[in-house]
Design a protein around this ligand. Structure first.
Ligand code: GTP
Length: 598
């Protein structure tokens, strides 16, 4: 099939508007798999992804479609993740396409979050095809939603396919639109190789599998390739495409989308956005848009059971093989023992890893509060970069500190502008400007400290705007800031796992919240326990857990010995999940509840 008959596209949609359902229908309609073979959803096959309703890893599927004009077309469907943490991956997978379907739920209309990805697609110059979904529902507002898309995004919806992905209605219209509207790829198959990696993951048998878009030239087995960002070279073992399974091909040419394997041992050697070229006939310039991913958020991860330390390390290593953005190194905490300091792209990425440790590896873990990287300029002129509050030097050695600032764009219906301004002000934001996208929708630009954004900004934004506002941000740089280390003392002992670096203005509020929460979760002891929040030697908040004479056996009426035994047994069980802080037993869950940012 010639280049003219290739179409590379992805699907952009707000969560729950029907992206996976439509993808399934397209796959089914083109006869790639029968519904029975198709295990529920082909594209997101990670349990966690499905449960969380998000697509974390992107993949590509090749469909073959015979169009009404009688010709056969290769349609490469490239899946994209849908969260700001993974925006870079989204932008690279869009860069592998010429077009995108924009799915809009006809009962919901355009939602703010969709816009962020639409703008990424427009930046890559993609042809955007609106598709109106869920027209089977009685509450569908098809015409209204069409008008909304035209107003908000400015694309013509006259010919937009009106479909029900669920019932398989008018799916052919979508396929025809892809064939007729998405431009065919261009690029010289004889030129030096230039291929974009838009996804890579580790496979136990084949090593790293890279998903690529060949932009120029041809790639085939046996060829020696070079990764342009690292200069590392590999010999290609296989190239091919994914239909329902891996299909090995002789070669992939300019315009093609497919996979390549080359005995690559680590995803860090084949990172998203990198350009693959021919070692012996290299292209001059790599493709634009490559970025090295750097962790923005850090936290400590500790096994709840000390003996699980090695299992946690093994699990993190396994996850890392597949996740170039995850970093970790061992660390110790006086309160939590041996664990790991881990770095993530953002909060969602962090939560996903924590959850995978729990679900896929069955590990019980305790995570400390997330932190960003601070710069400390010491009196002697030395600059320290720290992401763990316990590494902060004494105040007397510090000249000043700097914190990371992000440029944030918040898209919102005009109704919520006031609420958002209040929120951003509260989060130490600096208002830059506001643009009208259309009559009732604006994008507000702010500069915000990253540590406020990772605290509870996203949740607060969602609740204040009933989910209508969306957030996108990128690192702007570092700025001086009045930061302090907030310590939490239990019965006079500072607990390192609770320490935080916060802005001076926020110290009291955060300290008080943590102290109040601890009072709720630490059981009473035989003595009174002061819980204090301190900045340096200054106590800024204090709560007390009152003393209690607790005789567990008193509850047992009569002299039923087996009952007594049971109770003692139960108490022992509970003890296991306690952490000893000085004379105080702190339940494991305290670490979880206290550090929760909502
Ligand atoms: P994420 O994977 O979470 O981003 O969601 P998605 O956009 O892939 O949505 P998904 O395909 O999972 O569909 C979300 C829900 O809408 C599911 O319960 C679908 O069954 C339902 N749905 C999808 N298309 C239609 C449709 O045409 N009509 C109706 N009534 N329901 C639909």
């Amino acid at each position: 099939i010639s280049q003219d008959n290739i179409r590379n596209f992805s699907i952009i949609a707000h969560i729950d508007h029907g992206k996976s359902t439509l993808a399934d229908r397209l796959i089914e309609k083109t006869g790639m798999l029968t519904s029975r073979e198709m295990q529920a959803q082909v594209l997101d096959n990670m349990d966690l992804e499905r449960e969380r309703g998000i697509t974390i890893k992107l993949k590509a599927v090749r469909l073959v479609y015979e169009s009404k004009d009688g010709e056969k077309y290769i349609l490469n469907l490239i899946d994209t993740p849908g969260h700001v943490d993974f925006n870079y991956e989204v932008s690279r997978s869009l860069a592998a396409c010429e077009g995108a379907l924009l799915i809009v739920d006809s009962t919901q209309g355009v939602e703010a979050q969709t816009l962020a990805n639409v703008y990424l697609a427009l930046e890559e110059d993609l042809e955007i095809i609106p598709v109106i979904n869920k027209i089977d529902l009685p509450s569908a507002r098809t015409d209204e939603v069409k008008r909304e898309i035209e107003d908000v995004i400015g694309i013509d919806c006259e010919d937009a396919p009106l479909i029900s992905a669920k019932e398989g209605l008018n799916i052919e219209d979508v396929l025809e639109a892809i064939v007729n509207k998405v431009p065919a790829p261009t690029g010289d198959p004889k030129a030096p190789l230039k291929a974009l990696i838009f996804d890579s993951y580790y496979d136990t048998y084949k090593g790293v599998i890279c998903y690529i878009r060949v932009v120029e030239g041809t790639i085939k087995a046996g060829m020696e390739i070079k990764m342009m960002s690292t200069g590392k070279t590999f010999e290609v073992t296989e190239v091919g495409v994914n239909t329902s399974k891996h299909v090995v091909l002789d070669e992939l040419c300019a315009g093609d989308v497919g996979f390549v394997t080359a005995s690559i041992k680590d995803v860090k050697e084949a990172t998203v956005g990198d350009t693959i070229t021919d070692k012996n006939n290299p292209t001059k310039e790599p493709l634009s848009g490559y970025k090295e991913v750097v962790p923005m958020v850090y936290c400590g991860i500790y096994p709840a059971e000390g003996e699980d330390f090695n299992s946690v390390r093994d699990a993190l290593e396994k996850l890392q093989v597949n996740d170039a953005a995850l970093v970790f190194e061992p660390e110790t905490s006086a309160a939590l023992g041996f664990g790991f300091r881990c770095g993530f792209l953002g909060l969602l990425h962090m939560e996903i890893i924590q959850e995978r440790l729990d679900r896929e590896f069955d590990l019980n873990i305790i995570a400390t509060a997330p932190s960003v990287i601070y710069k400390i300029i010491k009196n002697d002129g030395k600059v320290l970069e720290i992401q763990n509050p316990t590494d902060m030097p004494p105040l007397t050695e510090i000249n000043y500190m700097e914190e990371p600032i992000v440029k944030a764009s918040i898209m919102t219906p005009t109704d919520y502008v006031g609420a958002i301004m209040e929120l951003c002000q509260n989060k130490r934001g600096t208002f830059l400007n506001m643009e009208y996208l259309e009559e009732k929708r604006v994008v507000m630009h702010y500069e915000l400290p990253l540590n406020e954004v990772i605290y509870d900004f996203f949740d607060a934004l969602k609740s204040r705007t009933r989910g209508y506002a969306s957030l996108d941000y990128e690192l702007k740089g570092y700025e001086p800031s009045n930061l302090v280390k907030l310590d939490i003392l239990i019965n006079g002992e500072s607990v390192d796992a609770f320490s935080l670096i916060v802005h001076e203005e926020k110290a009291y509020e955060r300290g008080r919240t943590i102290a109040e929460r601890l009072v709720d979760v630490i059981p009473r002891h035989q003595f009174a326990i002061p819980i204090q929040a301190a900045v340096g030697s200054k106590i800024i908040a204090r709560e007390t857990i009152r003393a209690l004479r607790k005789d567990v056996l008193a509850k047992c009426y009569g002299g039923d010995i087996s009952r007594k035994k049971k109770l003692l047994e139960k108490q022992k069980e509970g003890k296991k999940r306690m952490r000893q802080i000085g004379a105080v037993e702190v339940p494991q869950e305290a670490f979880l509840t206290v550090l929760k940012y909502d």
